[in-house]
Ligand binder design. Structure first.
Ligand code: GUN
Ligand code: FE
Length: 515
């Protein structure tokens, strides 16, 4: 095995640290020292710390010899800060060469036209090595320290993806994709039994190269209901129960897909308690508290209640959902129902490798939901209409007893119903950055381990540098590349600097990455 980038020395980080404390609040720590031991674990956080004291007080307390410590500082003058590494909760490594290539397709024809041919071709180990190395390097350079990957149905190259993640030191869930029906003959498991055997083989291999699962772990991956037979899903559900391994799949992404699932898996035929997409997975034991469900754009209230009861999570993929015109997922609606949500690039349904970009698009999509673009509008409208009928009856009665005020009141109430309800949908800077880090950690089974800076957590982090707040004329011309897009004037508050980073930053601002 080649070395990973796990720390081999004690490290002291000093400067500004920003991380999501809760969904709604970022923590800002300035002049702070964060001590990280040789295992990469945060062992001390000293706020408002005088760094010159470290050698005489902090190191002895930690039992560190001063010459065993590497010191890294974020430079306030360069608007630098440490931020937790990003977590990409859903992407397809073999689809990386196709980013941006989707034309006007929607999910089902996109799979046939663009996706299956490319995935099938990655059973060539040389091609897979090239593509997988690139996707790992690219996502790491955008600050993704942990990723939930789908590979292909091919075992050898799926295992290769795990090898390469381990070598690069990127935490990863790696899933061998199960699909025994519907997809073209050239890219389909021969039988449910073959699919399960191949999955077990890959699980065994991935666990053998990283027995503790600190960096790479296997994940049971039924592609999505249409490409899995009932017996295959049942076996994979059993495997999840037997092994306690996580599960990842797609759900309720696109209307054509949902109609297909209804047609293929009628409740009666599979013995489900209901006829929704969610009931299909639930019937086969695939909804566990370690299940990552990608998309969930068109889920109903009933389905979300089942998902909540099982403790399964949702990976929101805003870029993919816009690119393939799948719909605008209602993240606020999911969060308010207690569903844990993370962000996924879903390359190459999505065209960007950047979780920062996903956070930005999540903010924008939530505004589209606020403008009434969510698929639930129809359902809500029907509900509202029946509520509205009752309401207008009551108001009419009120009007006879009072006067024009009642009419005014009705208008305001209506505006509140349509307007304020929708306003709630908007996600803040803090919220989308939470989804990108701490929220994602819950999806990949790393809650309390990564996604923030707290004693006991792992040092999965990125050093972010924004434009320098220097006087005009101080820049050398060749600094443009290093500075990136974010122009800081010097008077911005830290929350506003973070907002500028979210909305106009990119990988040029990701100066360093640690796992
Ligand atoms: N549903 C089934 N397979 C896929 C895939 O590869 N990408 C997306 N976005 N949805 C899917
Ligand atoms: Fe996907």
């Amino acid at each position: 095995q080649e070395q990973t980038t796990l720390a081999t020395r004690n490290q002291l980080f000093y400067g500004t640290f920003i991380y999501p404390k809760t969904l709604t609040d970022l923590e800002y720590l300035h002049n702070t020292a964060v001590a990280v031991d040789q295992n990469g674990t945060i062992v001390a956080i000293e706020r408002d710390y005088d760094l010159s004291q470290a050698a005489s007080t902090l190191f002895p307390r930690l039992g560190w010899a001063p010459d065993s410590v590497s010191i890294h500082s974020s430079l306030a003058s360069h608007n630098q800060f440490f931020f937790p590494g990003f977590i990409d909760t859903h992407l397809h490594a073999p689809q990386y060469p196709n980013v941006g290539i989707f034309g006007k397709s929607t999910l089902l024809d996109w799979l046939e036209t663009y996706t299956f041919p490319l995935e099938a071709s990655l059973s060539d180990p040389a091609k897979a090595r090239t593509v997988y190395n690139r996707v790992i390097r690219k996502t790491l350079s955008h600050g993704t320290t942990c990723a939930a990957y789908y590979a292909t149905k091919d075992v050898t190259t799926t295992n290769l993806l795990a090898d390469l993640c381990l070598r690069a030191g990127q935490r990863a869930l790696v899933g061998r994709v199960c699909m025994d029906q519907l997809s073209p003959k050239y890219y389909r498991d021969a039988s449910a039994a073959d699919s399960v055997d191949a999955t077990r083989e890959s699980i065994t291999y991935i666990q053998s190269i990283d027995p503790t699962g600190a960096i790479v772990r296997p994940v049971i991956t039924p592609r999505f209901a249409p490409s899995c037979s009932a017996p295959l899903m049942a076996e994979l559900g059993k495997l999840a129960a037997e092994t306690g391994l996580p599960v990842q799949t797609h759900i309720s992404e696109n209307e054509g897909e949902i109609a297909l699932v209804k047609e293929m898996f009628p409740a009666k035929k599979i013995g489900a308690k209901g006829d929704t997409y969610t009931h299909v997975y639930d019937t086969f034991g695939l909804l566990t508290d370690k299940t990552i469900l990608a998309h969930g754009v068109h889920l109903s209230e009933e389905e979300v209640q089942i998902i909540k009861a099982r403790g399964s999570k949702v990976s929101h993929c805003p870029c993919s959902n816009s690119a393939l015109t799948s719909g605008a997922a209602r993240v606020r609606w999911l969060l308010e129902r207690g569903i844990e949500v993370g962000l996924g690039t879903d390359m190459s349904g999505g065209y960007s490798p950047s979780v920062l970009e996903m956070a930005r698009q999540a903010a924008l999509v939530s505004r589209h939901v606020a403008m009434g673009c969510a698929p639930a509008e129809k359902e809500n409208k029907e509900q509202k209409e029946s509520e509205g009928e009752k309401e207008s009856k009551a108001k009419t009665e009120g009007k006879t007893s009072k006067d024009g005020n009642a009419e005014k009141e009705t208008k305001v109430n209506k505006a509140n119903k349509d307007g304020i309800d929708r306003e709630r949908a908007k996600l803040t800077v803090e919220e989308v950055l939470y989804l990108a880090t701490k929220g994602g950690a819950e999806l990949v089974g790393m809650k309390g381990k990564v996604g923030g800076f707290e004693v006991g957590m792992e040092w999965d982090a990125q050093l972010i540098g924004l434009g320098r707040d220097v006087a005009d004329g101080e820049f050398e011309g060749d600094e443009k590349e290093e500075e990136g897009n974010v122009d800081v004037f010097g008077w911005e508050s830290w929350p506003n600097k973070v907002a500028k980073w979210l909305y106009s930053g990119d990988d040029r601002n990701t100066r360093k990455v640690w796992v």
